[in-house]
Write a protein that binds this ligand. Structure first.
Ligand code: MN
Ligand code: MN
Length: 362
């Protein structure tokens, strides 16, 4: 480590000093989360050496989402729970891997925050050694000091106090916002501390890169087909420029790429499964990522509504999720509203297509 660099601990304490009346609870909570991320980073990096690759249980157990649980999903969930149960900062927790909310055991004091997390995002990638991560969101508990109920968690994303994610890639990175910009920290394994390496991260407003699971194309709605079709048409199409496509299938990795060099990510509403209005989960995936993206100057929507204004009705509810560089997300939103108002051209080859686009100025 170079002398004079800011550690996460120092950063958190300095942030705390700027808030008058801060009790240190919040700093303690962030430190506990950061510790959990270090433990998970270590567990993930051992790979086959620790015998923790593959599925949980002989027959492949499934979580509340009906998804096969990996051994490391279960380990990461345990680490997050144990790191955050005892300190008295939380009134309850909720996890992707747990059907119900997780109360604080009786022997510990109840605090004033609620913690939601996806303990291991992108875990279908774990066996092939592609980046995974941990996503978290912190809310105020409406009744601090007492046991929280499910209804207490159902707050829209605009109410988040803090959001962040750890990315376990070639290096381990923690990205954090408390509503005052976005900062990135790299884990220095020599000293066991996260060190501020990416201060004031921002999403480039323009981009030539998009990410979508193209195998779902036949299930997409017209506005998304139109947008992707225009990107694919490249220089000779209405956009007049060539695009690149990326797809990691790991939300944390996609988010970090967009924070680093711009881009747009789409997991839009589709007709693949009528019971699911989207793929990603609002409360511990879309909301925390949206808070970070907005704080970095990007935009995050369902195509029809700002993600952070969606009123949650269920802990594990799914939403369509489109986020990234401002100009592209605004364009995709405008295609959705043109479609809703009947102004959407029904033929992608229509000569009207390029001339009526609101953003035709490249
Ligand atoms: Mn996930
Ligand atoms: Mn997960």
């Amino acid at each position: 480590m170079q002398y004079g660099r800011t550690t996460l601990t120092q950063f958190i304490i300095e942030e705390q000093r700027r808030v008058s009346g801060a009790t240190g609870d919040f700093s303690g909570l962030l430190n506990d989360i950061a510790t959990a991320c270090k433990v998970i980073s270590n567990a993930v990096s051992k790979g086959a050496l620790a015998g923790t690759l593959g599925e949980q249980g002989a027959g492949g157990e499934t979580n509340v989402q009906g998804e096969v649980q990996k051994m490391l999903d279960v380990i990461s969930n345990e680490v997050m729970l144990r790191s955050n149960l005892w300190a008295g900062h939380l009134a309850a927790m909720a996890s992707e891997e747990m059907d119900e909310i997780c109360p604080i055991p009786n022997q510990y004091p109840r605090g004033k925050y609620l913690l939601l997390f996806d303990p291991l995002d992108g875990s279908s990638n774990i066996d092939v050694n592609i980046s995974v991560g941990t996503i978290f969101s912190i809310l105020h508990s409406p009744n601090p000091g007492t046991e929280a109920a499910l209804a207490d968690f159902l707050q829209p994303g605009v109410k988040q106090v803090c959001a962040g994610f750890a990315l376990y890639g070639p290096s381990t990175i923690l990205v954090l916002t408390t509503g005052n910009g976005v900062n990135g920290f790299t884990l220095d394994r020599d000293i066991g501390e996260f060190v501020l390496t990416q201060p004031n991260m921002s999403v480039a407003p323009e981009t030539k890169e998009f990410a979508i699971n193209a195998s779902n194309e036949r299930f997409w709605e017209a506005p998304v087909k139109r947008y992707v079709g225009e990107c694919l048409a490249g220089k000779t199409g209405p956009r007049g420029k060539d695009f690149n496509m990326r797809w990691v299938a790991s939300l944390v990795a996609e988010t970090y790429r967009i924070l680093t060099r711009g881009g747009v990510f789409m997991y839009p509403k589709d007709s693949k499964d009528a019971a699911k209005p989207g793929r990603l989960r609002l409360m511990y995936e879309a909301n925390p990522i949206s808070f970070i993206i907005e704080q970095a100057g990007g935009v995050a929507t369902t195509g029809r509504q700002r993600i952070m204004e969606v009123q949650p009705t269920e802990l594990h509810q799914r939403v369509p999720f489109i986020f990234g560089s401002r100009s592209e997300v605004e364009r995709i939103d405008s295609y959705h509203s043109e479609y809703a108002s009947g102004r959407e051209p029904d033929n992608l080859d229509s000569p009207l297509f390029s001339t009526r686009s609101l953003f035709r100025n490249e």
